[in-house]
Design a protein around this ligand. Structure first.
Ligand code: NAD
Length: 367
């Protein structure tokens, strides 16, 4: 098996605590010959600022660019609230996303049977839920120009953001969504607002063209994004892959996240364009932040981070079987009643970060 390089960027707060469990899982998978990962570690966020006065050093940036995949913990915390804007902890993550050109953000919403009661929706609506939101991450209204607040002659002020998408941006996110759908239930629902936005009209046309040209085997449907939001809370299990722009994706993925319960359970992936060999630059991270309120106590839930590793196995290394094994182990551990504090329920066994991580690895070893 060819050796592949993974760069770990644990970051701040609970980042290093949950990343420790990823390290444990990788060590076990390597020892079993399931993977052959060479692991490097770097600094990002406040940890990088303390060491270098930057949110990520050029050295670590170069290592991220050269790695086969990057696993990112979390950044930020009150300690760095007053550092200069350019070197604030979040700038490290933004720099990684920009330089690696990570235009596709993948947010799965999976509801584990054992946690279905924790959802804000009825258990039967979310039990067995497994959907994936593919959000365009580098374009649209968050980046479009002009972006400003101007003074008007009548004394009023005007805030302006510009929603803008070019054909190539829609083509590549649509292609990413169709490719991923082929590894799942083979269905894509594209969401925009073509009834009131020109960028929505173009989005709809381009997604339809890409589908017709290259992906006719995948089922494609279209939905207005507001109706999509409604359907996500009415009958979320109707979806497989949802592809949408930066703004709608931001909101719809947060709505989908809450269907599943705790922040400590949610992984994500950000992918770049495929090169000639089909290889994409990639960064995997839990959705949660650095949780300064619980950092240092060894009680953070490592499942979002471990599930991010499972996404890495699946999307960067085409190791769906090993990803299934890891995700299956997480499901079993939850079924056996092990819970970190954030997902604790009556009658269950409360465990620490490392106890949860160890239990997942033991479960992988016995199945
Ligand atoms: P947060 O996600 O860090 O925490 C929100 C709440 O969820 C807290 O009560 C926390 O204890 C809990 N929580 C989060 N992850 C958990 C886990 N794995 N296990 C158990 N409980 C968990 O969000 P916040 O409090 O708004 O932000 C804290 C810091 O994190 C800020 O500095 C913020 O800027 C940063 N942040 C970073 C990222 C990132 O690195 N991608 C994302 C969001 C926030």
């Amino acid at each position: 098996m060819a050796t592949q390089k993974i760069l770990l960027l644990p970051g701040d707060g609970i980042g290093p605590e949950v990343m420790g469990e990823v390290r444990r899982a990788i060590e076990w998978m390597n020892s079993q010959g399931l993977t052959s990962f060479e692991v490097e570690e770097g600094l990002v966020g406040g940890a990088a600022y303390d060491a270098h006065g930057l949110s990520i050093s050029e050295d670590d940036m170069a290592r991220a660019m050269a790695a086969d995949a990057v696993l990112f913990g979390a950044v930020g915390g009150p300690k760095w609230d007053d550092v200069p804007y350019d070197v604030r902890p979040e700038a490290g993550l933004l720099r990684l996303r920009k330089d690696m050109e990570l235009f596709a953000n993948l947010r799965p919403a999976i509801c584990f049977g054992a946690l279905a009661e924790a959802s804000s929706l009825k258990k039967e609506l979310v039990e067995g839920l497994d959907i994936l939101i593919v959000r365009e991450l580098t374009g649209g209204v968050y980046f479009g120009e002009p972006k400003e607040i101007i003074e008007l002659e009548n004394g009023q002020r005007r805030g302006i953001d510009t929603q803008v998408y070019d054909t190539y941006e829609i083509e590549r996110i649509a292609a990413a969504a169709f490719d991923i759908a082929r590894t799942r239930d083979n269905r894509v629902c594209s969401m925009e607002k073509r009834n009131v936005m020109k960028s929505g009209v173009l989005w709809n046309e381009v997604v339809t063209e890409v589908h017709k040209r290259d992906y006719q085997d995948v089922e494609l449907t279209h939905m207005l994004a507001d109706a999509g939001g409604m359907q996500l809370v009415r009958a979320p299990k109707q979806f497989d892959v949802i592809v949408t722009d930066n703004l709608f994706g931001d909101m719809l993925s947060d709505v989908a996240a809450m269907l599943t319960g705790s922040l400590g359970m949610l992984p994500s992936a950000s992918l770049g364009a495929a090169d000639a060999n089909g290889k994409r630059k990639s960064l995997y991270e839990p959705v949660h932040g650095s949780a300064p309120d619980i950092a240092g106590n060894g009680i953070a839930n490592p499942i979002a981070m471990l599930s991010s590793l499972a996404m890495c196995l699946r999307y960067s290394f085409n190791m769906g079987d090993v990803a299934d094994k890891l995700e299956g182990a997480i499901t079993s551990v939850l079924d056996k009643g092990l819970r970190t504090g954030d997902i604790m329920q009556d009658g269950m066994t409360k465990v620490s970060t490392s106890q949860m991580g160890r239990a997942v690895v033991e479960e992988m070893a016995t199945n």
